[in-house]
Design a protein around this ligand. Structure first.
Ligand code: MN
Length: 129
């Protein structure tokens, strides 16, 4: 069985590294994009099983990228976890209206994120070492 693919759209390199380290010991395959426009392009091409979408992104915001992907057949039902900023009131509501499946406010614990990912997209069986 092939491993599940996660796309993380995030402009902050440190956050990307944290998630990279978090998923290293799982069977998930991680793709990364540094802005909303690239995130949309990678999602269209790779059809990930789940998308982690930072809300505050350059070029195209996470809200706009979520709305765009929701309007396309291939990604209309893909689980999207919006990573919102706790400090920015309204992020969560905007993400919900754009079609996000779930949200997590920064700062979050990596353990909570992994739990949420596993709940939405269980790891493939039989791919562990
Ligand atoms: Mn950001």
């Amino acid at each position: 069985m092939s491993s599940k693919t996660i796309l993380y759209v995030e402009d902050n390199e440190l956050n990307r590294r944290i998630v990279r380290d978090l998923l290293r010991r799982t069977s998930y395959r991680l793709l990364e994009a540094p802005d909303g426009e690239t995130g949309i392009a990678v999602a269209r091409q790779e059809r990930p099983d789940l998308i982690l979408m930072d809300v505050q992104l350059p070029v195209v915001s996470g809200i706009e990228a979520t709305r765009t992907l929701r309007a396309e057949l291939a990604t209309a039902a893909t689980p999207i976890i919006a990573i919102t900023s706790f400090a920015l009131a309204g992020d969560e509501e905007k993400a919900r209206q754009a079609g996000a499946t779930a949200y997590l406010a920064k700062p979050y614990s990596p353990r909570d994120l992994l739990e949420l990912i596993r709940r939405l997209v269980p790891e493939a069986q039989g791919t562990g070492e």
